[in-house]
Design a protein around this ligand. Structure first.
Ligand code: FEO
Length: 400
C-alpha cells in the first residue's frame, strides 16, 4: 500500500525507508535505518526527482503509481547516479515507454557503466544552468561535482523555490512518518547522525561543498529536499551553518574528545587520569572513546565536532596500534584538518609515538601539543608529571 506525503500541493515525497539494512555502503552502521527520498512533481508534465534503492522498489512503485493515478510519467531527473538512488530507472522505462531521462553527460556515461538497458531516444542531456519547464514549475539544474560523486547535480524548482539537493543535507536514520525537520527535535535526535553522514560520506570534499554553498547562496529557498533524511522548510541558517563549518573543517565546539586504544587497561588509565584533571580544571562535556569498540564513523563524526583531540595508543608490532592506524588513515583520507591534538604513546620495551606524529604531520593544520607523552607500560611519577604538563597546555589552548 502507498505511503506518500505532500511537500506542497503539487510536490510529493514518494520515498521509503530501510530499517533492516545493517551497514550503509556495507561500511557504516545504521541502527536507526535510512530513508531513500524521491519526489514527484505534478504539473502539465509529471516529473520524478531521482529514484530509490532496490531494497524498497516495491514500496516505491506503489507510491508513484498511486499518485500518477493512471497518468503517464514524463520525466525522470537523475541528480545522482549512485545505486541507492538510481536502482529503478529500467523499471520506470519499462512501465512508461515515452519517459525521458534528464541528466548530464557524466550521468549517462555512469548509467551505461551500471546497466545494460537501451536509452536511445530517452535522454535529455543538460548543462549547468539549463532549465526544463513542466508547465507551472520550472526546474533549473546546477552541477555539484563530488558532492558526493562527480556527476552530481542539484535541481532547483523556481516557482515554489524548492531545492532538490541530492546527497547534500542528507542524514542517516529512517523517517518515522515525520518527514520534515520541523516535525522532530533535529538538534537532539538527528544532528549526530547528520554529522556522521556528512563526515564519512561527503567529508573529504569540503572544497567542493564550499563551491556549492556559494552557488546556492544566490537562491531563495523555501524547501530543501535531500535524498536521505528529513526535508527542511525552515531553520536554514542552522543547516547551512553546520555545512559551512564542516566543509571548512572548523570544529563546532571548543571541547575535548579523547580516543584511546588499550590492550590491558594501562593506556586507558592514563586517559582517565588526564580527563579527571581536565574536569577538575573546569572542562565540561569531555568525550572518551575506546577506538577498539567504537565504530570509526562515530570517531570521525566526533572529530568534525570537537576542536581538541587526545589520541592515545600502545605501540604494536613496532608501529601504531591497528585501530589507531586505521583512524589516522581515515582522518587523512577525509582531509580532516585544523585540530589541536595531544598524543600519548605506550609500550613496555620500545614505546614509539613518532609514527602517530608523522601521520598527523601529513594532514593540514594539525597542531600537536607538547609534551608528546610516552608511558612505559603504566602511569608512574615521571609520566604523571608529563601528563600534568600536557593537561596545562590543553587547558591553555582550550581557552584561546
Ligand atoms: Fe545516497 Fe551518494 O548516495
Amino acid at each position: 500500500m502507498y505511503c506518500t506525503r505532500k511537500i506542497t500541493n503539487s510536490i510529493h515525497w514518494v520515498g521509503g525507508n530501510d530499517r533492516r539494512l545493517a551497514l550503509f555502503e556495507n561500511l557504516f552502521p545504521i541502527p536507526r535505518g535510512v530513508s531513500y527520498n524521491s519526489y514527484l512533481i505534478e504539473d502539465e508534465k509529471i516529473a520524478l526527482i531521482d529514484t530509490v534503492d532496490a531494497s524498497i522498489t516495491q514500496q516505491y512503485l506503489e507510491n508513484v503509481l498511486f499518485l500518477l493515478n493512471g497518468r503517464t510519467l514524463d520525466y525522470l531527473i537523475i541528480n545522482h547516479m549512485e545505486p541507492d538512488h538510481c536502482a529503478n530507472i529500467e523499471e520506470l522505462l519499462l512501465r512508461f515507454p515515452d519517459l525521458k531521462i534528464v541528466g548530464n553527460a557524466q550521468t549517462f556515461s555512469f548509467i551505461k557503466q551500471f546497466y545494460n538497458f537501451n536509452l536511445d531516444g530517452h535522454t535529455i542531456t543538460v548543462k549547468e544552468n539549463d532549465s526544463l519547464s513542466l508547465g507551472n514549475h520550472t526546474l533549473r539544474f546546477y552541477f555539484a561535482p563530488m558532492v558526493h560523486w562527480p556527476e552530481v547535480m542539484v535541481t532547483y524548482e523556481e516557482t515554489k523555490k524548492v531545492l532538490f539537493s541530492a546527497d547534500a543535507f542528507g542524514c542517516f536514520g529512517a523517517l518515522n512518518g515525520n518527514i520534515f525537520s520541523d516535525e522532530v527535535d533535529f538538534d537532539r535526535d538527528w544532528i549526530s547522525d547528520a554529522r556522521r553522514y556528512y563526515g564519512n560520506i561527503v567529508g573529504k570534499y569540503g572544497l567542493q561543498v564550499q563551491k556549492v554553498l556559494k552557488k546556492l547562496s544566490g537562491l531563495e529557498l523555501n524547501i530543501i529536499c535531500p535524498l536521505h533524511g528529513p526535508v527542511w522548510r525552515d531553520n536554514f541558517d542552522y543547516l547551512l551553518g553546520k555545512y559551512d563549518l564542516w566543509s571548512r573543517y572548523e570544529a563546532e565546539e571548543r571541547t575535548v574528545a579523547i580516543m584511546y586504544g588499550s590492550m590491558y587497561g594501562n593506556t586507558e588509565n592514563s586517559v582517565n587520569f588526564l580527563a579527571n584533571g581536565l574536569a577538575d580544571a573546569g572542562v565540561r562535556n569531555i568525550a572518551i572513546y575506546d577506538i577498539s569498540s567504537t565504530h570509526i564513523s562515530t570517531l570521525i563524526a566526533e572529530i568534525f565536532r570537537c576542536s581538541h583531540l587526545v589520541l592515545a595508543a600502545p605501540t604494536y608490532n613496532g608501529g601504531i596500534y591497528p585501530p589507531m592506524l586505521n583512524l589516522l588513515h581515515d582522518m587523512k583520507a577525509l582531509n580532516l584538518s585544523k585540530r589541536t591534538i595531544a598524543l600519548i604513546g605506550n609500550g613496555t620495551w620500545a614505546p614509539l609515538t613518532a609514527p602517530m606524529q608523522t601521520l598527523l604531520e601529513e594532514m593540514k593544520q594539525m597542531q600537536i601539543l607538547e609534551p608528546v607523552v610516552t608511558l612505559k607500560t603504566t602511569l608512574k611519577e615521571d609520566s604523571m608529571e608529563q601528563l600534568n604538563q600536557l593537561k596545562l597546555h590543553l587547558l591553555s589552548s582550550l581557552s584561546e
